[in-house]
Design a protein around this ligand. Structure first.
Ligand SMILES: [Zn+2]
Length: 209
């Protein structure tokens, strides 16, 4: 009967709206830390749908105090068991050093040693000279990805049994890869393939998989 279909729909809608009250975790029990870059489509990259994850995005996809705050809440109180970090190639955080950005802000009249980094919590202050580090620019996306995984794994605010993994989103290919495993560097060139089939190829290093 129709009322059964309607009731079913209503029950589902109520469960969706009242998930936190009912103690229902997100579908994949997943928390994602990703860069805010518009070229990184988080759900598409991970093959997940609406409702599957709590997604936290900031400049770089980096472990910051607010990232830790959110990761702590989702893993300690909302049933999340897995964390995935996504950093990406051509990240804006690699374009300038923290010192250079600080210098520009100073020239714009911002007192970086006194400014409140959290207006809602004035007690939270940076020691003098730390502002540049707080911006957290980086130079190597693979290195930074592994570092974020390590930082999350070692945080006392996140349970030990939470599984943390990191990936790189390649904006140039629109695909995900593991840190330090750029697929394009493994693809054979014609020269490499000729060397493999040639009998006097001993001067070429064998391909490792
Ligand atoms: Zn980025």
């Amino acid at each position: 009967m129709l009322h059964q279909q309607i009731d079913q729909k209503l029950t589902e809608k109520e469960a969706w709206a009242l998930r936190r009250q009912l103690g229902i975790p997100n579908n994949k029990r997943l928390w994602v830390l990703a860069c805010m870059d518009e070229r990184l489509p988080v759900e598409k990259a991970l093959g997940i749908a609406e409702g599957d994850a709590h997604i936290f995005r900031n400049a770089g996809g980096l472990v910051t105090d607010d990232a830790i705050r959110s990761a702590m809440l989702t893993t300690q109180f909302f049933g999340t068991k897995e964390i995935i970090v996504i950093n990406h190639t051509e990240c804006g955080m690699m374009t300038a050093s923290g010192d250079l950005l600080s210098e520009i802000l100073l020239k714009r009249g911002i007192n970086i040693d006194e400014v409140s980094i959290d207006p809602a919590l004035p007690q939270l202050k940076l020691p003098k000279g730390v502002f540049s580090k707080w911006i957290k620019t980086f130079t190597d996306v693979d290195e930074v990805c592994l570092k974020q995984v390590e930082l999350l794994q070692s945080s006392p605010l996140i349970p030990q049994d939470v599984v943390v993994t990191g990936y790189i989103w390649e904006v140039e290919t629109g695909s995900l890869r593991r840190p330090y495993q750029r697929l394009s560097q493994k693809v054979n060139t014609a020269e490499d393939m000729a060397a493999k089939t040639s009998s006097n190829s001993h001067h070429h290093a064998p391909q490792t998989v």
